[in-house]
Design a protein around this ligand. Structure first.
Ligand code: IPD
Ligand code: CA
Ligand code: CA
Length: 271
């Protein structure tokens, strides 16, 4: 079984588990003033990590609920790093909505070095899976091999101008207001803006052409690792908010169908 197939098998196992858990009474606790975590997030993450390490004991793992920044130097020595969000869209999940997913991105390491934001890893994303069990949507991508939804090839939209484009965005739990100038500027210039509450699925929606673009500030590597590769493999472009190379730990991201990338970045740069 290749590494993507194994990631898919693992994401499906976790997805089936969280779908069942959502129907039970969830134990919801707060990580921050607005940021929730449920017993299902923690159990899903444990299940995923156990599956990965049983097949790939020498691989590194960065996972939302158990990650600690000080582990990164050690993790960077591993040949591959699995970047995991056990439930992306926890607020939706806890409120009984369907818009949530298991997100697993696989990063092949070259070496690690320091960036201004954080310790970042040199290497590349080689595979990504986003599985939304309640929506019955399985998005997959492998570097150089295209992006798929439920095994059917997907492509980004062909929209050419910002005025004709539908954007998605999100707001971090902390510092929500930082996105307001971007939100106001894009809303003014485009056809519409949506906010669904699961960044991984926002990115997959760009990949399948439902959204023309997605931007967000205050994201974490586990929100975007899988989705960023899925967008690229669907023919899209993924950078930071200024149009520069994406830093998985840089916290901001702009993904588009490519055609509207430059025009949008110019709007962002005026802010
Ligand atoms: C959140 C979602 C949301 C985004 C937040 C993330 P979580 O992840 O992806 O769309 O706006 O910034 O933190 O907490 O549901 O895994
Ligand atoms: Ca997330
Ligand atoms: Ca999460």
């Amino acid at each position: 079984m290749n590494i993507l197939d194994y990631a898919v098998k693992t994401a499906k196992k976790a997805g089936t588990f969280i779908l069942k858990e959502q129907k039970k009474s969830l134990k919801v606790t707060k990580k921050g003033i607005r940021d929730l975590v449920t017993n299902a997030d923690k159990a899903s993450e444990k299940l995923i990590i156990k599956e990965i390490l049983s097949a790939y004991p020498d691989h590194g793992i960065i996972a939302e609920e158990s990650h600690s920044a000080k582990d990164l130097a050690k993790i960077a020595q591993a040949p591959y790093i699995w970047i995991i969000d056990p439930i992306d869209g926890t607020t939706n999940f806890a409120n009984g909505m369907d818009q949530y997913a298991v997100s697993i991105g696989i990063f092949k390491t070259k070496s690690s070095k320091s960036s201004k934001n954080f310790e970042y890893l040199e290497g590349e994303l080689i595979a990504g899976v986003v599985y939304a069990p309640a929506l019955k949507q399985l998005y997959t991508a492998q570097k150089g091999k295209g992006a798929y939804l439920n095994s059917k090839r997907i492509k980004v939209s062909k929209t050419k101008k910002v005025i004709d484009a539908v954007y998605a965005t999100g707001f971090p739990y902390k510092n929500k207001q930082t996105n307001m100038p971007y939100f106001a500027a894009i809303l003014e210039k485009c056809r519409g803006v949506r906010r669904w509450g699961a960044a991984s699925l926002d990115l997959c929606s760009v990949a399948r052409g439902h959204f023309d673009a997605h931007w967000e500030l205050g994201l974490q590597a586990w929100d975007i690792a899988a989705g960023a590769l899925i967008v690229k493999e669907a023919g899209g472009q993924v950078t930071d908010i200024n149009g520069n190379q994406l830093d998985l730990f840089g916290q901001d991201l702009f993904a588009s169908n490519s055609n509207i990338h430059k025009e949008t970045v110019q709007i962002f740069k005026t802010l």
